[in-house]
Design a protein around this ligand. Structure first.
Ligand code: PLP
Length: 406
């Protein structure tokens, strides 16, 4: 494993050098969106200063260069996901669009009354609502796997809920609200044994550890570029090419057609099938650069984050009246918590005064919050560029906040 020097890595992220309210920025809202390395910022600038042209259409040099860069980014995505080829890698706006695409295009043609869609109680709204809506339209039913008090998916219950009626299983690889890492390969194996199609929401895993899609064995995997050190507005839906090619497209226009005639139109195969119109060219290129930046340091970054998680967990637990929500043994560096007598928003505001950015509220996981009887939590989420010094700043500021709220 290469030596991981966090001080050197931080220099790659210009925003980390700024101050907030007179304090050095302590950015602990990485589960909401990550910061971008200079390589990504420069790639966007370079694209617009030197290469800007539409892709797949021009015979001129700029268009050729833009197309090469766009398709090279798809190659980086395939490598990032452990795939041998790019055919199943569809560029979308983000995980939300990826999941909606599957619900709409796969769900509309494969689900019928009596079928079941199995989710978990940990899901982000983006992996609940599209399934609810398609269930309403098709007559299928949504079932929910419960979670344990520690915030793990109850595997026994999961097995019990799987049956011949289960047509689709969708779950987060990692919970955004609690940081729990789900046993994704095992859950996929069980779901596939029941005959279901499996979608994994990889929004919170992609930035924290190596994702090996073939090893997971799933049918669809979605993640967002902006949470993985890339630009906003770009993400990836990977799907098994044979499933994607059998799905009707959901948007129609340029680039996704084979032949248009007023007598009838034929469509291309994946990934172009689902990329109608001019895509987010610069976003895809920026994402490719982000993934190429991240891949060589991924293992060392994960190890560093686990040190931060252990240190932060210990420091936060020592604060009187602070309760951590979600203590699964397998977690990424995300800590959700509440402090007795204080509202999560008050905690967030008091920390902001010290230059510390955290997230507060329901984290787009209202059913999970309801399950724990909470309106919300405060959440500190770390990335590999965070430091032990920042863990210390968080703990000191929280202690101060606790006293002010008492
Ligand atoms: N799934 C999970 C687990 C998330 O954490 C998020 C965003 O927070 C999403 C899906 C939706 O991602 P996006 O808003 O980038 O589409």
């Amino acid at each position: 494993m290469p030596v991981f020097d966090v001080a050197t890595v931080r220099k790659d992220f210009p925003i980390l050098g700024r101050s907030v309210r007179g304090h050095p920025l302590t950015y602990l809202d990485n589960a909401a969106t990550s910061q971008k390395p200079l390589a990504v910022i420069k790639a966007l600038e370079r694209y617009y200063s030197e290469q800007n042209a539409n892709v797949h259409r021009g015979v001129h040099l700029l268009s050729e260069e833009a197309t090469t860069a766009y398709e090279a980014a798809r190659g980086s995505v395939a490598k990032f996901l452990g795939l041998k080829d790019t055919s199943g890698c569809v560029f979308v706006r983000g995980a939300t669009e990826g999941i909606n695409l599957v619900a709409e295009c796969w769900g509309r043609t494969h689900l019928k009354a009596g079928d079941e869609i199995l989710l978990t109680h940990l899901e982000h709204h983006a992996n609940i609502v599209p399934w609810q809506v398609i269930a309403e339209r098709t007559g299928a039913k949504v079932l929910v796997t419960p979670v344990t008090p520690r915030g793990e998916v109850d595997l026994v219950a999961f097995k019990g809920l799987l049956s011949a009626r289960t047509k689709l299983v969708a779950f987060a690889h990692v919970s955004n609200a609690l940081g729990t890492v789900n046993p994704a390969a095992e859950m996929t194996r069980l779901a596939k044994a029941a005959g279901a199609v499996v979608l994994i929401d990889g929004c919170q895993s992609a930035a924290h550890f190596k994702v090996d899609v073939p090893a997971l064995g799933c049918d669809f995997y979605a993640f967002s570029g902006h949470k993985t050190f890339g630009p906003t507005g770009i993400g990836v839906l990977w799907g098994r090419p044979e499933l994607l090619d059998a799905m009707p497209p959901y948007q129609f226009g340029g680039d996704m057609i084979r032949k248009v005639d007023f007598a009838g139109t034929t469509f291309r195969e994946a990934p172009e099938r689902f990329e109608a119109g001019t895509p987010d060219i610069s976003g895809a290129i920026g994402l490719g650069v982000a993934l190429e930046y991240f891949m060589p340091i991924q293992a060392a970054a994960h190890a560093h984050e686990q040190v931060l998680l252990a240190a932060a967990t210990e420091r936060l637990k020592a604060i009187k009246g602070l309760t951590i929500v979600g203590e699964a043994p397998e977690k990424v560096a995300v800590i959700s918590f509440n402090i007795e007598g204080g509202h999560p928003h008050d905690i967030g505001t008091l920390l902001d005064a010290d230059g510390i950015a955290i997230r507060t509220g329901h984290h787009c996981c209202m059913p999970l919050m309801k399950h724990y009887g909470l309106s919300g939590t405060a959440r500190a989420s770390f990335a590999f560029y965070n430091t032990l010094e920042e863990v210390d700043r968080l703990a000191v500021s929280l202690e101060k906040a606790r006293k002010m709220m008492a």
